[in-house]
Design a protein around this ligand. Sequence first.
Ligand SMILES: Cc1cc2nc3c(=O)[nH]c(=O)nc-3n(C[C@H](O)[C@H](O)[C@H](O)COP(=O)(O)OP(=O)(O)OC[C@H]3O[C@@H](n4cnc5c(N)ncnc54)[C@H](O)[C@@H]3O)c2cc1C
Length: 479
Amino acid sequence: MTKKVVIVGGGISGLTAAYRLSELMRERKTAVRIHVLEAAERFGGVIESTPQDGFLLERGPDCFTAEPPHAVNLCKRLGLEKELVGVSPENRRLHLCHNGRLFPFPDGFQLIAPVKASSLLHLPFLSLSAVIRMACEPLIPPRNSPGDESLGALIRRRFGGEVAERIGQPLFGSIFSCDIDTLSVQAAFPRFAEMETKYGSLVAAFRAIAKKHAAKQVKPGERPPSIFYTFADGLQTLVDRLVEKLKESDLRTSAEVESIGRGTSWEVTLKGGERLEADAVCLALPSFCSAKLLTGIAPETAHALKPVARKSMITVNIGFAAGDGPSLPAGSGFIGSPKDKFEILGCTFSSQKFSSRAPEGSSLLRVFIGGTSCEALLSASDTEIGDFALEKLRTVLKIVTGPLFVTVSRYRGVMPHYQLGHLDRVAAIEGSLRESPGLYLAGNSFRGAGIPACIERAEATAVSMAEFITFFEMSLKGV
Ligand SMILES: Cc1cc2nc3c(=O)[nH]c(=O)nc-3n(C[C@H](O)[C@H](O)[C@H](O)COP(=O)(O)OP(=O)(O)OC[C@H]3O[C@@H](n4cnc5c(N)ncnc54)[C@H](O)[C@@H]3O)c2cc1C
């Protein structure tokens, strides 16, 4: 008998879970009918690449990292490997906005670590005492107490308070749109804790990794490969290819799930009243959406999901006609420091970061707004938000001419806030699922919010679903 699986949510998590499940079921020669139900009119969730006036806008994410390798590996399986596009080699540098001026992070400075000692001489946004404190990082003994720590505390402990405020907060706080003193290292950046334990120092760890990469990948005179990837037509390519590969499944947009019930099987009811029965259900949704659907049917899980806090974000794509754009320094963009009360998280120089994002000579910028500015602006009009973003840019980028277009995108509660102790909350959520065999949770609320982490969790969820279905079928056959 054909098994039925309903996946709720057609973002990267839901589509990946569906695709991996279809691969596994084909390998196991088990018939399964997969339904993917997406409330919006399109698939992709926060991933949305849209053409406009000859430009290509990324409204949500604009790329994924090569490490961890789950996104790149999925692209390989989907036949998209040759279509991957890295950041233009001449524009890999990131800038920090300090007191209204842009300062490039120097060569040999990786994320937060001066891998080359010479990079310490090119950090004009830090005081001399902060640079000296940073140089002492390899001498600081590793943390020996177990348990979670905030990212802010880790950076302060290893590199000093000024580095945490001037570099750590803009760099890492902008990813999660939150204060790094509230962000769990174990949940958000587990590699940092592992690196400290293994090497005793983050600088030593980054050095060792850089050495390994240099020896492995780069021929003399060549630039190292990009660590960020997308496609010529934007990240939507990945979503579209997943949808194409799933054409034998029942994929629906404008299909909002209103409730989930349980009789002899799972019962999923769509807005409009249609009811689907399923052997397994996977919710690939923001945690508050899953909690709402599970309140009646799996109250313990719904209760455990509620403390996972969420943050909102706004992006503003701003296009300038040829010759009208600001003169940009080489680089992929800049991050802003809340210490300077800058009020935007940062700005991507989209037309420089990746090729074919804007017509020849034109410029495309993308501003990120998060934190308290975002909360205050979420209900403002597009014009007000656009004016706010342009005003912030004007001082830094010397914009003199009006833009060709301003496109605002609001993301309400889509980013998880991994607060201290988040992994304990995840353990409670996962433990509660034992009460609901056949119920699965994917999405960005658990062990990573980046696209590779969402793909990793979605694929692991598909493996669990495949095992459940196969076990279920073997039990019925009496094996
Ligand atoms: C502005 C922004 C920029 C980002 N930049 C990057 C980046 O550059 N690189 C990176 O790796 N990551 C980035 N991220 C993070 C990453 O993009 C997300 O964590 C990831 O795409 C989330 O995918 P998802 O499928 O889990 O969730 P979502 O994309 O949120 O998809 C969930 C889907 O569920 C649907 N849904 C909700 N309720 C229901 C219901 N009741 N019935 C049916 N469907 C429902 C929603 O409509 C939505 O389509 C960014 C995130 C944001 C918001």
